[in-house]
Design a protein around this ligand. Structure first.
Ligand code: NAP
Length: 251
């Protein structure tokens, strides 16, 4: 890395997998923009932690499902750091366990707006800043998909699984679209990872309930996903684009 330290924006960076990515990225020398939507305290505490260890970070509020918020968030990163080298589309939500024949249109719209449109809006803004076509110097995007994209999540949340299937297809298409413009686009598919997302979907005991289905017979840690993301972002992955890496204990 030459010149100023690279700048990374992590959506939903204040907690869970996103926070692990921010921590690891700061240790690797990135300046980190930590996006959050409601938990300001968690994002602020993470920024303090990174700064205490000599890193550079700032917290930026915004709902990735709102175009106005996405534009304001990228403008805030421009103002703070003056460049953008990497984006991790990590922000994502689940919903309560339900069958498709029980799902309201409002639920489906929220799921797709945050998980799919949010990631696409953020990728659009990142490409405008990083692509050589737009005068940028290149960069990398990693989308956080899910093992659910391949499993389908029948009886649990097929809408969530389908939103992650869309992320997989988006990853391949955007990767090919910008492949000659210095921008690599990849994804990770985490399996069952120990974060608060399961409780947020009304299933605090979900990990214990499905641990036995994982070939490795254990849940993953957010840090194990972060390692894969940091590799995909790095120059060590210079020939990897459109790549989708399962980080799921074999599931
Ligand atoms: P988490 O612990 O629930 O954290 C979710 C993060 O996303 C929070 O930082 C939250 O912000 C943020 N967020 C939610 N909605 C947002 C919005 N509209 N705009 C901006 N930020 C928003 O979740 P996690 O388990 O770390 O999941 C992170 C990603 O990994 C998600 O895309 C998820 O689908 C994926 N994933 C997780 C697992 C797993 O088992 N944990 C497995 C496969 C894939 P606040 O802090 O402000 O609330």
């Amino acid at each position: 890395m030459s010149g100023a330290a690279r700048v990374l924006l992590v959506t939903g960076g204040g907690r869970g997998i996103g926070a692990a990515i921010c921590r690891l990225a700061a240790k690797a020398g990135y300046r980190v923009a930590v996006n959050y939507v409601s938990n300001e305290a968690a994002a602020a505490a993470l920024v303090r932690e990174i700064e205490a260890e000599g890193g550079k970070a700032f917290a930026v509020k915004g709902d990735v499902g709102s175009e106005a918020d996405v534009l304001a968030m990228f403008a805030a990163v421009d103002a703070r750091f003056g460049r953008l080298d990497a984006l991790v589309n990590n922000a994502g939500v689940v919903d309560a366990r339900a069958r498709v024949d029980e799902m309201s249109a409002a639920r489906l719209e929220r799921m797709m707006r945050i998980n799919v449109i949010g990631s696409m809006l953020c990728a659009r803004e990142a490409v405008k800043r990083m692509s050589t076509l737009h005068g940028g110097t290149g960069g990398a995007i990693v989308n956080v998909s899910s093992a659910a994209a391949q499993l389908g999540s029948a009886g649990e949340y097929v809408d969530y699984a389908a939103s992650k299937g869309a992320i997989d297809t988006f990853t391949i298409g955007l990767a090919r679209e910008v492949a000659t413009e210095g921008v690599r686009v990849s994804a990770v598919r985490p399996g069952i990872i120990d974060t608060e997302i399961h409780a947020s979907g009304g299933q605090p005991d979900r990990i214990a309930a499905i641990r036995g289905l994982v070939p490795m017979k254990r849940e993953g840690k957010a840090e194990e996903v972060a390692e894969a993301v940091l590799w995909l972002l790095s120059d060590k992955a210079s020939y990897a684009t459109g790549a989708i890496l399962n980080v799921s204990g074999g599931r």
